[in-house]
Design a protein around this ligand. Structure first.
Ligand SMILES: Nc1ncnc2c1ncn2[C@@H]1O[C@H](COP(=O)(O)OP(=O)(O)OP(=O)(O)O)[C@@H](O)[C@H]1O
Ligand SMILES: [Mg+2]
Length: 272
């Protein structure tokens, strides 16, 4: 709607996790280096937790983009209710095992053989399970069993779990202590500070603006954004999108606190 008015090449505050827009806050940078380290060192089990909308999926997409795709193959699953067999079938499908070769039984053996054949060809296999807070205890136990697939020298599969804060709580339950012991890389992604919120917004704007520094958010606007969003990127995107509509209605390039207040009213009207 306002894209032309502000001269944006594309929408600056889209809510799809597009690595092109990644802003590396200190926490995002640290999380990414933990993941890279874990994967390079073949730590086997990695976990990232963090508040809803704080950038877990985006971070992981960025990680995948940065890996050498002649070596790394990945299976990305969204957690849902499924049996162990379904889980293994989904992993095999994601890794593009020919459907005709999918066995009716002995799924774990099939996965083991498939992974061994990949590793002989010099491949590294990464299984990512997003929204891990929704995994049942049974499925988490199955995932633990997958992490046991190994030769004498190495793990066959690296597993990365991404989950909201409830997942951390779940991992602390005594019935999951075996799984927890296997997690060698764990990082809790935090939300942005006020300064980072400001840098985050300016970073996204700079990627799509023709003229550096425009549109300009005032300091009062940043403070109000931070207060409302508590530094959660998805909420910031939503709010900034609405604030730009408000500034566009006033035909101005300067986004002020009142635009943020209008945007908040708009959002709250929708949610009541
Ligand atoms: N560091 C960042 N740089 C740029 N954009 C970000 C960053 N972190 C999050 N975002 C943006 O915020 C939105 C939410 O990010 P994402 O979907 O990765 O969050 P999430 O933690 O996976 O959320 P959920 O818990 O709902 O799965 C996306 O639009 C994403 O592009
Ligand atoms: Mg996500």
């Amino acid at each position: 709607m306002y894209q032309q008015f502000f001269g944006f090449s594309e929408h600056p505050f889209n809510i799809t996790p597009d690595p092109k827009f990644l802003y590396l806050s200190p926490a995002h940078r640290e999380a990414l280096s933990h993941l890279r380290y874990g994967i390079e060192q073949r730590k086997g089990f990695l976990v990232i937790t963090g508040e809803v909308g704080c950038g877990k999926t985006l971070l992981c997409r960025t990680l995948l983009q940065s890996l050498d795709n002649s070596i790394f193959e990945s299976a990305w699953l969204y957690s849902c209710q499924m049996s162990t067999e379904q889980l293994i079938r989904s992993v095999l499908k994601e890794l593009e095992m020919p459907i005709t070769k999918l066995p009716e039984h002995d799924h774990l053996d099939a996965l083991n053989d498939f992974l061994l054949s990949k590793i002989k060809k010099g491949k590294e296999i990464l299984l990512i399970i997003d929204e891990a807070q929704n995994l049942s205890y049974d499925l988490l136990e199955s995932i633990r069993l997958l992490s046991n697939l190994e030769t004498e020298q190495r793990k066959l599969l690296q597993i990365l779990l991404l989950g909201q804060p409830e997942f951390k709580f779940k991992l602390n339950q005594s019935q999951l202590r075996q799984l927890k012991q296997r997690i060698l890389v764990y990082y809790e992604l935090t939300t942005l500070s006020l300064e980072e919120t400001k840098n985050y917004i300016n970073h996204r704007l700079s990627l799509v603006s023709k003229q550096a520094g425009f549109p300009k958010f005032t300091y009062g606007a940043f403070k109000r954004i931070y207060k409302y969003t508590r530094g959660i990127p998805r909420v910031i995107n939503h709010l900034c999108d609405k604030a730009l509509i408000s500034a566009y209605a006033r035909l101005t390039n300067k986004i002020e606190k009142k635009d943020i207040c209008n945007a908040i009213e708009d959002i709250e009207r929708l949610s009541t």
